[in-house]
Design a protein around this ligand. Sequence first.
Ligand code: HEC
Length: 119
Amino acid sequence: MAIQKTSIPLAAAVVAAVLLGCRHLKPPVPLEKLNEQQTHGYWVFQSNCRQCHSDRESKALQGPSLLGVYQKQYLPSGAAATDERIQATILHGRNMMPAMGGNVSDKDMADLLVYLHTL
Ligand code: HEC
């Protein structure tokens, strides 16, 4: 009996450790907690990127999911996950991703990057 009582918290700790190991990314900041700039970036994303990229789930569409994009050290291409690199991808495109520079104003770009940091 004594063994059973102590083994329950132990089992819970093991399960928690396994779950944390698999899901080491923090979940995105909830939409209702976004500030004004982040919320604007969310809408820029929905109108320009969402048709090819998931933002709040890991499912790949035409392009890779951007869930946790800045929490990972590298982009799918292996380049560092930095503002400079992501901005260059948006401006100039990459392989099957079209250049989007013409669609996104400087303010939209800044707000979009701020939103991507909440994922
Ligand atoms: C028409 C579809 C399409 C649209 C629209 C699109 N992308 Fe992409 N994106 C792709 C594809 C396909 C790739 C994979 C390119 C490759 O590496 O071959 C990609 C790759 C990326 C990458 C990873 C680059 C890397 O170095 O691995 C980022 C970041 C990205 N897109 C951001 C965006 C953002 C932000 C927007 C909106 C402004 C956007 N994309 C709009 C299709 C799209």
